[in-house]
Write a protein that binds this ligand. Structure first.
Ligand code: UDP
Length: 496
């Protein structure tokens, strides 16, 4: 999109500032590409290791001439006690270092502001992660509109909205279920299932939550990685809350079309692309359950053993992404010593480390996805048209489970009752027994009318997701509208 003021065509320029966690970085990079494909010049603020890790997926796009560049700053590791090279939350050896990493990223504010000051033309928009409150200050200082990207869907936004407005959770105890008032569906949750702004465990986040809420409400708008048809009533309701300044532009993952892009999304894959495809090709269509619990979950080894036993007893082919943060060695030891890999080798593929999730999910052999309900993963499952086993852990994942299981009816819950706070996993030990996990897996993977209907609905949604991003589809219209809204703002500013 080009402005044509004073006879000079000016290209819109977005300064994009992602949060240092895979669940935020990955879709933000996809979004940068999408904006550039619509003619917007984008500059991504990053740090050296993150630029390599998350940014290399854009190499091809940049070489083909898309107007994307990286603005790299060195992270002051030492000052904040962060091990060198740890720039994303999942790199940290210890969850206790997360606050230091957050502060280290926030300390880039001064350098970013110096960069803006030196520019001949201010960026037309700052698009940044919701938790990066300093970007709100910077945007206000330079009078640049800020768009927030928190990587969630409209359903979650509406849950948070009605909780904030009604304060209904304040008068209930932890395990008592209550109705979220004013939503299109009858959604019930317990306080122990709410996201960390309402249920923060041992961390005191009251002041931070309040600032977050103010900065979100003062932002120009919110970009949403979802598509309207998936959650139309919630998209409409949220549009009203944001006075028309919410744009559903997803699923962003569908922007990565080539296998080579899919395989390098988010990190270097721990498995060779061809080996992975060969294994999947050797399985029957819709026979494999893919199990991945996100990029930052640090589930206790005792709990992972229950999962392994469930996968074994379900007798289905499976791919299991084995990861337990700093406790990965313990689960690896169990796998070796108990002969688990040997016993299941005819029908199992274990991926140790980073899985090429998009590549796996888009293969016809995948018949189900056991997910922790992080929104990226859930939406990637929707886009692939697969039914899901839902096992939420923390954050807004219980809301996503409600959306998948109750509203969209494409998920089967393992029945977890409360959040396992990130960094406090040891306190919980085993939350779900292998028998319960096995039953949920079988319910999704085995035939029967209910299961087939669920699969049909999932496929239909997958089709709708693909249509939404096509030219003329709802997400395509919304990205155009977003750019137009910034264009309108910029031209008003220039002419006043
Ligand atoms: N992911 C991946 N391989 C892995 C683990 C995660 O590609 O081994 C990607 C996944 O496709 C998704 C993101 O990392 O895009 C995780 O985001 P999500 O919101 O699902 O969960 P989080 O990790 O933030 O809890």
């Amino acid at each position: 999109m080009a402005l044509n003021i004073s006879q000079e065509p000016i290209q819109l320029h977005f300064l994009i500032i992602p949060l240092g966690s895979p669940g935020h970085y990955i879709p933000t990079i996809d979004l940068a590409k999408l904006l550039a494909q619509h003619g917007v010049r984008v500059t991504i603020v990053t740090t050296p290791v993150n630029a390599l890790r998350f940014g290399s997926i854009l190499d091809q796009a940049i070489q083909s001439g898309l107007p994307i560049s990286f603005l790299e700053f060195q992270l002051p590791y030492m000052k904040f006690g962060i091990p060198e090279g740890c720039e994303s939350i999942d790199d940290l050896p210890d969850t206790g270092l997360a606050h230091g990493l957050f502060l280290a990223h926030s300390s880039l504010q001064q350098e970013v502001e110096e960069y803006i000051e030196k520019l001949d033309h201010r960026p037309n928009c700052i698009l940044s992660g919701t938790y990066l409150l300093w970007t709100d200050e910077t945007a206000k200082k330079f009078r640049i509109p800020r768009i927030v990207f928190d990587g969630m869907n409209c359903f979650t936004q509406m849950c948070n909205h009605v909780l904030h407005v009604s304060k209904v959770y304040e008068s209930v105890n932890g395990s008592e279920s209550f109705l979220l008032p004013g939503l299109p569906d009858r959604i019930e949750l317990t306080r122990a299932q709410l996201s960390f702004i309402f249920n923060s465990g041992s961390t005191d986040v009251k002041g931070f939550s309040e600032k977050l809420r103010i900065s979100e409400s003062e932002a120009f708008g919110m970009v949403i990685n979802s598509f309207e048809e998936l959650e139309q009533e919630y998209a409409d309701a949220y549009q009203k809350v944001r006075k028309g300044k919410a744009w559903c532009i997803g699923p962003l993952s569908l922007r990565q079309k080539d296998a080579s892009e899919k395989v390098q999304r988010g990190n270097r894959s721990s498995i060779d692309k061809n080996e992975c495809i060969m294994w999947l090709d050797s399985q029957e269509n819709e026979s494999v359950i893919y199990v991945c619990l996100g990029s930052i979950s640090r589930i206790e080894p005792v709990q992972l053993i229950e999962l392994a036993l469930a996968l074994e007893s379900s007798k289905k082919p499976f791919i299991w992404v084995v990861r337990a943060g700093h406790k990965t060695d313990k689960i690896e030891k169990w796998i070796d010593e108990e002969g688990f890999e040997e016993r299941t080798k005819d029908r199992a593929l274990l991926i140790r480390g980073w899985a090429p999730q998009l590549l796996v999910l888009s293969h016809p052999a995948i018949g189900g996805f056991l997910t922790h309900c992080g929104w990226n993963s859930a939406l990637e499952g929707v886009s692939a048209g697969v039914p899901m086993v839902t096992w939420p852990q923390f954050s807004e994942q219980f809301y996503n489970e409600k959306l998948l299981v109750q509203v969209l009816r494409i998920g089967v819950s393992v029945g977890v009752q409360e959040v396992v706070h990130w960094g406090e996993e040891e306190k919980s030990g085993v939350v779900v027994k292998s028998e319960v996990l096995r039953k949920a897996i079988e319910t999704v993977m085995e035939g029967g009318k209910e299961s087939e209907d669920r699969r049909k609905r999932a496929k239909q949604l997958g089709k709708m997701a693909n249509e939404a991003i096509e030219d003329g589809g709802s997400s395509h219209r919304n990205i155009t509208r977003l750019i137009q809204d910034i264009w309108n703002l910029s031209s008003t500013k220039t002419s006043s």
